[in-house]
Design a binder for this molecule. Structure first.
Ligand code: 5GP
Length: 129
């Protein structure tokens, strides 16, 4: 069965999309640690990041770096953190999280975001790309 993220790539589930290439896709996390929390994924559906073939792994890191630089321009933060967990969704995803404190990296406190907040945030990151 297709993962929830494959359904997002296919447009079957809506998302706040930031960028897409032939092999990768970036969109806002729906339950963000902080405003601007973004997920970067390979279109290829693989569960664990270190099971990716080397070219896809390196490509995902390059793609994530471009998105992280745009996030740092668009969202006031001390820096953008990177995290890979994957215990919830079995489709590789890199979390890019604007950090202002260690709490933002802990996946415990969540930012409350309205639809308008998501729209403003996604547009700001896209403009900074
Ligand atoms: P992990 O698998 O790394 O523990 O976390 C999965 C992440 O995916 C979570 O931060 C969660 O909020 C996010 N997520 C789960 N389902 C959806 C969804 O349908 N849309 C979006 N945009 N994010 C999702």
């Amino acid at each position: 069965m297709a993962s929830i993220f494959s359904k997002i790539i296919a447009g079957e589930i809506p998302c706040y999309k930031i960028a897409e290439t032939e092999d990768f896709f970036a969109f806002l996390d729906i339950n963000p640690n902080a405003k601007g929390h973004t997920l970067c994924i390979p279109k290829k559906e693989v569960d664990k990041i270190f099971d990716l073939d080397e070219a896809t792994y390196n490509g995902l890191m390059q793609f994530s770096r471009k998105i992280a630089i745009a996030i740092e321009k668009a969202i006031p933060c001390q820096r953008v953190g990177i995290s890979v967990i994957g215990l919830e969704v079995p489709h590789v995803h890199v979390h890019l999280i604007p950090l202002n404190s260690m709490e933002d990296a802990r996946f415990i406190n969540k930012a409350s975001m309205t639809k308008e907040d998501f729209e403003t945030t996604v547009n700001a990151i896209k403009e900074a790309l």
